[in-house]
Ligand binder design. Sequence first.
Ligand SMILES: Nc1nc2c(ncn2[C@@H]2O[C@H](COP(=O)(O)OP(=O)(O)OP(=O)(O)O)[C@@H](O)[C@H]2O)c(=O)[nH]1
Ligand SMILES: [Mg+2]
Length: 219
Amino acid sequence: MKINVVESVLKANDAVARENRRRLDAAGVVAVNLMSAPGSGKTLLLEKTIPALAAARCAVLVGDLQTTRDAERLAGIAAQVTQINTGTGCHLTATQVGEGLDSLDLRSIDFLFIENVGNMVCPAAFDLGEHRRAVLLSVPEGDDKVAKYPTLFQPADVILLTKVDLLGVLDYQRSKVYQDLSRINTRAPRIEVSSTTGQGLDRWFAWLKDQRRAQVSDS
Ligand SMILES: Nc1nc2c(ncn2[C@@H]2O[C@H](COP(=O)(O)OP(=O)(O)OP(=O)(O)O)[C@@H](O)[C@H]2O)c(=O)[nH]1
Ligand SMILES: [Mg+2]
């Protein structure tokens, strides 16, 4: 008898993810899962993004092992914020997101941002029921990370090169990142952004609005 525990865990997760997606679709919400290494700038990007969309129509589920610090940063910005503490878990699961959805009034929002736990490996394996995956890669992490952590970048729907204001400060070759991406993911648009200077943020906002428009026209 063949028992594959990992496969069954993922299958169970996928079933809950499908239900999460059904709930989001029914409420007309587009959900974006932000994934990256710790400290790549997910929360600061959301702090800049949400006011540029209609803040009252945005909610955030924030995943961290411990603390409510990110939720506190976002509480005065998004209409609804729920922190999910995973304890020792290095990624969010569909069940945790489903419980997070229970805490939100989905009918009153257009965008749900899911800030995943900072980690370059585990989050990519778990469908949460999101519609789009946004992967961040910050300049200080180094220009070799796409090649070293390809599983994060393969399923990305958009790739954000963050903290580009630091390009002149660090020894960093963007061309290496783009060369590696050309082998791993040619589908996702690449957007260079700085949340501190504002560079590139308009392209990111436009991409988000396009995803929302696509969802509305699909439904
Ligand atoms: N120079 C610069 N610093 C940035 C930028 N974006 C974020 N930071 C800084 O990077 C640090 C980490 O940013 P966060 O937004 O907390 O990163 P995060 O990805 O949410 O981190 P975790 O939730 O711990 O995974 C903070 O000190 C930010 O101020 C940027 O565009 N440029
Ligand atoms: Mg954060």
